[in-house]
Design a protein around this ligand. Structure first.
Ligand code: UDP
Length: 266
């Protein structure tokens, strides 16, 4: 089975290699985790953006474990921060792959760019930009961002603006970037690539404790996301397990849905 329904999204049940191969054909990649799933119960635009996605892969060890409990096992957890480096290594010899990094604090994208290019001994990352705070409310800044990306010649756009901003940005703008074939929403990965924020040690990731490491590193920002989301998520999973879960948006009249102009998923 290549796609699993889970609450109100479908998760692609690929291995990372299968996904990397498929991305030769382009597409948008989102990486749902517990926070996304909670948000998808309330945020109609985010829900629609997910409906328009080409690939949704499991970012979260918790989601991976829950999929087993529900009897719909996800084969592999593929977090955005693993997928992105796997992607540039996989396509390192493909000259048509040119990456632009959008997001992270001032200077961090440039640092990530030079580290990746140095590692690969090739200028695979052709540009980066850290938009100023509140840029999404400024249409002129939005246009300038699109111009920068187009001018860079990028064919792959990695967006690290945090969820749901990054997914909404991609959905609104993908049709305005005709040269870009692959769009990835990668959260804090640009920070990791720049060496700005350390990733958890391998043994913690293997035990599914990446979330604990991230809370310890950034407690003020992340405690709410991880700890206070746990209970409502467990309730949702329980309702799904018992067969009571109802998608809040599924049967909604279409006039209530925003017209985002994205591609409908087959
Ligand atoms: N960020 C940004 N602009 C914004 C909001 C966030 O560039 O307006 C960046 C922030 O600097 C960080 C990333 O988005 O690099 C936040 O990612 P988060 O930790 O929320 O993502 P996760 O990996 O947890 O999905």
């Amino acid at each position: 089975m290549t796609r699993l329904n889970f609450l109100n999204i479908s998760i692609d049940n690929f291995t990372s290699v299968e996904l990397l191969q498929r991305l030769a054909g382009g597409g948008t990649v989102y990486t749902p985790n517990v926070y996304h799933l909670l948000r998808l119960q309330q945020d109609r635009e985010f829900y629609q953006v997910y409906q328009n996605a080409d690939y949704c892969i499991c970012d979260s060890q918790i989601l991976w474990a829950v999929s087993r409990l529900l009897g719909r096992p996800i084969r592999e957890k593929i977090s955005g921060s693993d997928l992105f480096p796997a992607f540039y290594h996989y396509y390192r010899d493909d000259e048509t792959v040119k990456i632009f990094l959008l997001g992270a604090a001032e200077g961090v994208g440039e640092k990530a760019r030079s580290r990746i290019n140095q590692k690969l001994q090739r200028n695979i990352v052709v540009g980066s930009y850290s938009p100023p705070y509140g840029f999404e409310a400024d249409p002129a800044e939005g246009d300038r961002i699109l111009e920068r990306i187009q001018a860079s010649g990028a064919t792959v756009l990695a967006v690290g603006l945090g969820a749901p901003k990054q997914e909404k940005w991609i959905d609104r703008n993908r049709d305005r970037l005709p040269n870009v074939k692959v769009f990835m929403a990668i959260g804090a990965t640009i920070d990791f690539e720049a060496g700005q924020v350390a990733r958890s040690p391998r043994w913690m990731s293997r035990l599914g404790l990446e979330w604990l490491y991230r809370i310890l590193m950034e407690p003020r920002r992340l405690w709410k996301r991880y700890v206070s989301d746990a209970l409502p998520f467990m309730v949702l999973v329980l309702t799904e397990r018992l067969g009571f879960y109802r998608d809040p948006f599924r049967d909604e009249p279409t006039y209530l849905r925003p017209n985002l102009g994205g591609r409908a998923r087959s």
